[in-house]
Design a protein around this ligand. Structure first.
Ligand code: ADP
Length: 305
């Protein structure tokens, strides 16, 4: 049993089907990427998990039990549209958010101090939110999302608006929360961040799941049988085994060979070893970005005729 189970969820807005039988199982202590182009249904699904919307059909279970409104306290949700009360003091605001999630005042204050220290924001505790830079406000909102240590965290585009240094700091905190057992659902268009933090993904397109699995599995399924070969020699194409592709501009020293259908990596490498001086080779796996574009484009072409 997975910690969060979404089974066959259907959601319509009038005539428009926003989710058409979506299922997704998120294991405890993992980071799960919810991906998809605009309009795919991600926000609708997140709102259903958050109990802002009700599904027309299907079930959502948390830790084996059908979710109820009481489960809201078990969730920390960082929405894409950020919003804090600008006139409130930073410390008071964080405590207020913790209290909303059922923390005692003493716990909320202790936790607020711990997190402000962690993010180097201690001296801002008594300043108004409006005096903070955008990046600092984002951190305050992040703290407000995780302060009650919810077992389920939902982050919608958590890195947007962060510079690379702050994004790295946030990533470290997200990984630490996972390592402490939090289950994290992560919605983003930033495929590089998916590769860095997610173990599993589901790709939604037109209200349906079009791809799901571990990041490694998905990459293996989409590989194009390309090998990057390191050699001082100039490799010629072999009509029975492989063709030669133009070099990757970022790795010009590698020769890219594409195996013919049915050719095993081992056979091609053995042959190359006998005929050239190989110093190394690696199988080239597609990036999540390439997989996303390929899957969504293919499906959209299919749907349009
Ligand atoms: P995503 O978050 O993946 O961009 P959404 O869940 O926001 O997708 O939207 C899925 C589809 O449902 C879109 O076609 C959107 O236009 C439609 N939709 C979203 N909210 C509403 C609403 N309140 N009323 C009608 N249609 C909606």
């Amino acid at each position: 049993m997975a910690y969060l189970e979404i089974n066959n969820v259907v959601k319509r807005y009038d005539e428009h089907v926003a989710l058409n039988g979506v299922s997704m199982h998120v294991e405890q202590g993992t980071i799960y990427g919810l991906l998809g182009p605009n309009g795919a249904g991600k926000s609708t699904l997140i709102r259903i998990i958050n109990r802002i919307l009700a599904a027309d059909k299907g079930t959502v279970t948390l830790n084996g039990k059908q979710m109820t409104d009481d489960d809201i306290t078990h969730i920390g949700y960082l929405p894409e549209e950020r919003g804090l009360y600008k006139k409130m003091k930073v410390g008071d605001h964080i405590v207020y958010l913790g209290r909303l999630k059922g923390m005692t005042k003493a716990d909320a204050i202790a936790s607020m101090h711990w997190w402000l220290d962690r993010f180097d924001l201690k001296k801002w505790e008594n300043k108004k939110v409006e005096n903070l830079s955008k990046g600092m406000q984002q951190k305050v909102q992040f703290i407000g999302t995780v302060i009650h240590r919810p077992p389920l965290l939902i982050f919608d585009e958590p890195f947007s608006g962060f510079d690379p240094v702050n994004a790295e700091q946030l990533k470290v905190e997200i990984l630490a929360l996972r390592d402490q057992g939090s289950t994290i659902l992560f919605s983003t268009h930033n495929m590089a961040s998916v590769e860095e933090v997610c173990q599993q993904i589901t790709l939604l397109n037109h209200a349906q799941v079009v791809l799901s699995g571990s990041v490694d599995e998905v990459k293996q399924q989409h590989k194009k049988n390309i090998i990057a070969v390191q050699t001082p020699d100039k490799i010629e194409p072999n009509p029975e085994l492989f063709s030669i592709l133009p070099p990757d501009p970022m790795k010009k020293q590698d020769t890219l060979i594409k195996l013919d259908p049915g050719v095993q990596v081992r056979d091609a490498i053995n042959w190359l070893n006998e005929h050239y001086r190989l110093t190394g080779f690696t199988e080239v796996l597609p990036s999540m970005n390439e997989i996303f574009i390929e899957t969504v484009k293919f499906k959209n072409t299919e749907n349009n005729g």
